[in-house]
Design a protein around this ligand. Sequence first.
Ligand code: ADP
Ligand code: MG
Length: 235
Amino acid sequence: MNTGVDLIAAARSEGRGALDERAGKQLLAAFGIKTPKSTVVSGVRDAADALKTMGLPVVVKVVSPDILHKSDAGGVKVNLKTSDEVAQAIAAMLAEPKIKAAHVDGFLIEEMAPPGQEMVIGGVADPQFGPLVMVGLGGIFVEVLADVAFRICPITRLDAEEMLAELKGAAILRGARGGKRVSQAAIVDALLKIGGEGGLLMRHADDFKEADINPLIVSETEAVAVDARFILTGR
Ligand code: ADP
Ligand code: MG
């Protein structure tokens, strides 16, 4: 099984402190987590070609080691329906002050994930306990309410189910308040692939200080990781 050792080695050899988004998603895919079909282009000129093999609409994102929060920098444009819209999105990004000031590796073009509830799955390396895995509902639930559940890895299926059940916002996943029910099985599955026995965090316990899938978009049938950030340990 390819466990992404090569991706980590490549980032280290380039002196990077983190995997870029494409490498992060390749790592997730190596552990069986669904990610959108994507490609990286250098600019407006090669964007149209890249779209030939992708389904519209797409998202365009800036790829830069200097930009942590792409949206804050004007570096994410979703739901682009034509190659003109994609070209305009890249041109607009190149004019953004925070992007102008950054070293830009390129632009990630990726297919839109099916709509659903945004979740966050994270990992941190604890000096005493080793890898911990975290889950929460996206947006205000994590950022404002800090409604998250943590466990020490490796977690079992029962642990993953209990983590979801203990979220204050758990009812949202069952379709409370007119929302759509989402696949809890898909979230549990993703949690196990990240934090379970033989999962990503256990396999790479010495490689990452921090891991962050934000968001994992969960529909009635599947969970897709649309953003991935892996911070390397300094060794
Ligand atoms: P950042 O967190 O760096 O600002 P993200 O990659 O998380 O950037 O994108 C910002 C938001 O755009 C996501 O939270 C999600 O709502 C939306 N988004 C990003 N990629 C996709 C995608 N492939 N499909 C659907 N929505 C997406
Ligand atoms: Mg994000």
